[in-house]
Design a protein around this ligand. Structure first.
Ligand SMILES: [Zn+2]
Length: 366
């Protein structure tokens, strides 16, 4: 089955690690076209492990064996673009996802699943909700990167605007209004259900129906409505307009969050910056929003036994004496952040964040 990126259980992946600091986890991001590239990486990893840790090499060979067997035996799905696999023979761990989106092919050997490429994809492929409606028709959509993931159509026979005789004008209007209200209620119930997972929702349609409809939404869902679009009841027209509104809102939100971060930095408030400080805050669960410059990597070491991560190059853990493992500190910060339910924002370009070391966070507490 194809996996939508949002269905990957990133939190579980972030919680898994090798307690003996052995680089036993293989993380494979693979596009169909790149099989040779991965063969080359596999060879390089083998060479690096050979002169280093015997146990890690043995595990690597076994883990790659498991992955290759899986790749050979699993049929490709229609629409599949590649794979994301996390595996460790030593830890008896295996998770494979068939993706319907492009990934940048990578093979990484580490003490835990390497999740930052996945986090970045999740950030880019944020699904949104769309409710298109008038007084008697509605479609509730979950849109996932240009594609409609799910949609639910609802409609109701609402009496025509004009009375055909029989009852008084006032009574007719009352009945008609009642029918419309009942319809809005039905649409709102479907929306609450279908859009429970999305962060941003757009409400669209012709006339004033969408404004009246908003009153039928729960406060929680109402808060997530980021825009109203006045359009005809036309899917072709509304989808790109909604996508644009969501993109604009995402950019705008990120800018405001970065502004809040800078304000906190200035008043020495609920902000953290600098690599070492960010690691500590992320591990302590203090970070609410983590900012990372896209593509940033910082060389460091980890002792999974003590859960210590620091920049620099130390071979033996100063706290427990176990051999350490080399890591990308940024990846470790992202993993800590994910374990503690922080939100990670990948920032394309920001001078302040760059000057503060490329990582920073808004804190929950200090
Ligand atoms: Zn240690």
């Amino acid at each position: 089955m194809l996996t939508q990126i949002q269905d990957v259980d990133v939190k579980t992946l972030a919680e898994v690690y090798d307690e003996d600091n052995i680089d036993s986890f293989v993380s494979l991001y693979l596009n169909f076209d790149d099989t040779n590239l991965i063969k080359h990486r596999e060879k390089s990893c083998r060479t690096a492990l050979k002169t280093w840790k015997k146990e890690a090499l043995e595990n690597f060979n076994k883990t790659m064996g498991i992955i290759e067997e899986y790749l050979q035996n699993e049929p490709k799905e229609r629409g599949q673009k590649g794979w994301i696999i996390f595996a460790s023979h030593l830890n008896n761990f295996f998770k494979a996802y068939k993706t319907d989106f492009e990934v940048e092919s990578r093979l990484i050997v580490d003490t835990s699943p390497y999740i930052s490429p996945l986090m970045q994809l999740l950030d880019e492929y944020e699904p949104f909700g769309l409710i298109l409606l008038d007084t008697h028709r509605a479609v509730v959509y979950v849109v996932n990167h240009d594609r409609v993931k799910t949609s639910k159509h609802l409609s109701k026979d609402i009496m025509n605007r004009h009375r055909k005789g029989g009852c008084s004008q006032a009574r007719f209007q009352r009945l008609r209004r009642g029918a419309i209200n009942a319809f809005f209620k039905e649409v709102s119930e479907s929306s609450e259900h279908l859009l429970s997972e999305v962060k941003r929702v757009v409400v669209a349609g012709p006339g004033t129906a969408k404004d009246e409809f908003l009153d039928y939404l729960s406060d929680d869902l109402k808060k997530r409505v980021i825009g109203k679009i006045d359009v005809d009841f036309d899917e072709k027209e509304v989808l790109p307009a909604a996508e644009e509104a969501v993109t604009e809102n995402r950019e705008h939100t990120l800018v405001s969050k970065l502004e809040a971060f800078k304000k906190e930095v200035l008043r020495d408030g609920l902000a953290v910056y600098g690599v070492k400080e960010a690691v500590d805050a992320a591990r302590n669960g203090q970070i609410n929003t983590l900012f990372v410059l896209k593509g940033l990597k910082i060389k460091g070491w980890v002792c999974e036994h003590c859960q210590v991560v620091e920049p620099g190059n130390i071979k033996v853990c100063p706290y427990c004496g176990k051999p350490t493992s080399e890591v990308d500190v940024v990846e470790e910060i992202i993993e800590f952040a994910e374990r503690t339910d922080a939100e990670t924002e990948f920032v394309d370009d920001d001078e302040t964040l760059k000057d503060l070391g490329g990582v920073g966070g808004l804190l929950r507490f200090k």
